[in-house]
Design a protein around this ligand. Structure first.
Ligand SMILES: Cc1cc2nc3c(=O)[nH]c(=O)nc-3n(C[C@H](O)[C@H](O)[C@H](O)COP(=O)(O)OP(=O)(O)OC[C@H]3O[C@@H](n4cnc5c(N)ncnc54)[C@H](O)[C@@H]3O)c2cc1C
Length: 239
């Protein structure tokens, strides 16, 4: 889909998805629609003319002029605390997009899909899981979602709902797990990645997204397990 110049985007709705992250629904007249996995740029302009731009993945996909984002607070960040704690329904900001053609799932793709998310990296992967759930695609989808604790998972209820239907889900907890959780709590190891993802013989298309170090560790683990690096697609959020 074609990329637009800067468009006015009115905040139509906001809701918390964790104690530190928020879902924002934007109405964007002229938005051309987007594919699952794409992102956009947001531009904020202060009264004195100072501008800040950041990229955010799009949790929604398809046609229409309504766009859903989810933003997690980066403590001491410039833009994310504003979007999570200050911006209100009716506020207008600017967006440009959709951006990115590589980190995109197409319904016509014939191969199993492996999603690997760390923290807010779930956002573009949820767009893919939602699109898959709505589609006629018979390909199996698997998600490995690493979060600090159950309460830190963005879109937790919706992910559990998808897991009851069209998604094979594995949680990984880095700081605190539910009572009696059978897996160790801590950063993902190559063995745990291998155990919770499709084996190379299934020839999956893998999408990994989250903080830069998480993405690099997960991608290295997939490649070390024998996955073709060309089939392991990554999106780094920074940090
Ligand atoms: C393609 C793309 C898509 C993205 N999609 C999302 C999304 O869907 N949801 C979302 O919440 N964020 C997303 N991000 C991250 C987002 O663009 C910002 O980087 C993030 O919101 C922090 O901005 P800030 O202005 O609050 O922090 P800044 O003022 O830019 O940074 C403050 C400090 O935090 C560090 N930092 C910056 N980004 C991160 C990070 N992601 N994690 C940890 N530390 C960080 C910086 O190095 C700096 O030290 C995406 C980034 C990219 C490149």
């Amino acid at each position: 889909m074609r990329t637009t110049g800067w468009l006015a985007a009115r905040i139509a709705a906001v809701r918390p998805t964790t104690s530190h992250a928020r879902v924002l629904t934007l109405d964007v007249p002229g938005w051309p629609g987007n594919d699952p996995g794409q992102h956009l740029d947001i531009r904020l302009t202060a009264e004195d003319g100072y501008q800040a731009e950041r990229s955010y993945s799009i949790a929604s996909s398809g046609p229409g002029e309504r766009v859903e984002l989810a933003v997690d607070t980066v403590p001491d960040g410039e833009v994310s605390p504003y979007l999570v704690d200050v911006a209100e329904v009716g506020d207008v900001l600017e967006v440009k997009g959709p951006l990115g053609a590589y980190f995109v799932w197409h319904e016509s793709d014939p191969d199993p899909v492996q999603l690997v998310a760390g923290g807010s990296g779930i956002v573009p992967l949820l767009a893919m899981a939602r699109a898959h759930d709505r589609s006629e695609s018979p390909v199996p989808f698997r998600l490995l979602y690493s979060v600090r604790s159950p309460d830190d998972a963005l879109y937790r209820d919706e992910i559990l709902d998808l897991a009851g239907r069209s998604l094979d889900l594995t949680w990984a907890y880095t700081r605190a797990a539910p009572e009696g959780w059978p897996e160790p709590v801590g950063r993902l190891t190559p063995d745990r990645v291998a155990a919770a993802t499709w084996p190379p013989a299934r020839h999956p298309l893998t999408f990994i997204c989250g903080p830069t170090r998480f993405v690099e560790a997960a991608a290295d683990a997939m490649v070390a397990t024998g996955h073709d690096p060309a089939r392991v697609r990554t999106e780094r959020f920074g940090g």
